[in-house]
Design a binder for this molecule. Structure first.
Ligand code: C5P
Length: 403
């Protein structure tokens, strides 16, 4: 699984506040995650942290002035603004916030901000009274109206020893916001997604069937998540009692595994992403009785069952390289080993392992706890979450796999 920040171009702007020392940690986190980081620092920022440290960690000379004094080399803020996939200013002082809000471009950092084509985030850091001053409040509102994302400062002890709001958000949390930004950007416009969901019913006679307790909630949550990101979704579902709310989801209702496979063929062949979330019956009655089976005094009864097709394995066998297919696994022993075996056997790219050990995970519940295993052997474990939030995590992983 490729980390989402790999190869991303990030301009890290640093201004003159005590919190500048925390930017070193942020820089390290970004570089470790594979991002290319160009540090731009204001003249007063250099009073707080040395460019030597920042250049060594980022592997690039730090940009601060418009020109290199002795050579006359010009640093192009326009090029930097174009190069950046994201600009993050941390810490952002009241002075820089004011300049950004009013277009006072008297340093390299503010000119780069004005040239930035992509998203900009700022992490304000200042004393509580400066933070509460109407000019700061107004400038932040102005920046927000320009689309700048404000990473709210936390409350706590400030450099002045006063207690209040103004502490720059911790670098780890800023890093998470950056990751989330790139994941959010991963929308699915123009992508086709096919999903199987729910149980299958295998008929014994006109009134009886072999089924299971799957509610279809996980598959439906995945369909809603993909549709909300702009994908064209086809949801092939067994008998469930839930409805889809997004009009961009084409729902095909089926009953048996054989019907599900037949209905899934075309959508999965055409899909960019395929997700097999259905709980398919492994066996079905060899034949369906035409009339209701009668007791007729018999003390016992034997049913002959035959193998159902494995929908995931059948469709993934014809998978193209550009397609990403995901399956689910519910294991009771050697979970991880068995899930990986399943992934390989069925030619899947990812397997979502449902935990049976945890309360609130699995069939029928509104929550789930999963680990996502990828074909490169990497694994990510997530805490117990709502099925919709789990769907977000799964779709994020699919996007990352697709990059
Ligand atoms: O082999 P097992 O049933 O544990 O595999 C689970 C995965 O395979 C799930 O993604 C499920 O939707 C899919 N599957 C299928 N058709 C079957 C059995 C399982 O698509 N007949």
């Amino acid at each position: 699984m490729e980390p989402i920040l790999k190869g991303k171009h990030i301009v890290l702007g640093i201004t003159g506040g005590i919190a500048a020392y925390k930017s070193v940690t942020l820089l390290r986190l970004l570089v470790k995650a594979g991002a290319e980081v160009q540090v731009v620092i204001t003249p007063s920022g250099k009073e707080f942290i040395t460019p030597v440290t920042l250049a060594a960690l980022s592997g690039k000379p730090v940009v601060s002035e418009f020109f290199t004094a002795n050579t006359g080399e010009w640093h192009s803020h326009v090029d930097l603004g174009l190069w950046a996939d994201l600009m993050v200013i941390a810490p952002a002082t009241a002075s820089t916030i004011g300049k950004m809000a009013n277009g006072i471009a008297d340093n390299m950092l503010v000119t780069t901000y004005l040239s930035a084509k992509e998203h900009v985030m700022i992490a304000p850091a200042m004393d509580l009274d400066m933070m509460a001053h109407p000019s700061t409040v107004r400038n932040l509102a102005t920046l927000e109206s320009y689309g700048v994302e404000i990473i709210e400062p936390a409350a706590g002890e400030l450099a002045s020893h006063l207690i209040g709001k103004g502490r720059m958000e911790e670098p780890e949390n800023i890093f998470t916001r950056i990751e989330k930004y790139f994941l959010r950007r991963c929308d699915l416009k123009g992508k086709k997604v096919a999903i199987t969901a729910g149980p299958t019913y295998e008929k014994l006679d006109p009134v009886r069937f072999i089924g299971n307790y799957s509610s279809g909630k996980m598959g439906f949550a995945l369909a809603e998540e993909c549709a909300s990101r702009g994908a064209e979704v086809t949801l092939i579902c067994g008998p469930v009692s839930i409805a889809v709310s997004d009009p961009n989801i084409v729902r095909i209702d089926v009953e048996s595994a054989e019907e599900m496979l037949a209905a899934a063929r075309k959508p999965f062949t055409e899909a960019d992403f395929g997700i097999f979330a259905a709980a398919v019956a492994d066996y079905r009655p060899e034949s369906m009785a035409e009339h209701k089976l009668k007791r007729e005094g018999a003390e016992d009864m034997t049913l002959r069952l035959v193998r159902n097709p494995d929908i995931a394995a059948t469709l993934a066998a014809e998978k193209r390289d550009s397609q990403v297919f995901v399956g689910f696994a519910l294991e009771t022993d050697n979970e991880h080993e068995n899930a990986l075996k399943k992934l390989r056997k069925k030619n899947l790219d990812m397997v979502v392992l449902n935990s049976l050990q945890d309360k609130g995970a699995g069939f029928g519940t509104d929550t789930n706890k999963v680990s996502i295993l990828s074909k490169d052997g990497t694994e990510k474990s997530f805490p117990l979450k709502s099925k919709r939030a789990v769907a977000t995590d799964i779709v994020n992983e699919i996007c990352v796999t697709d990059i």
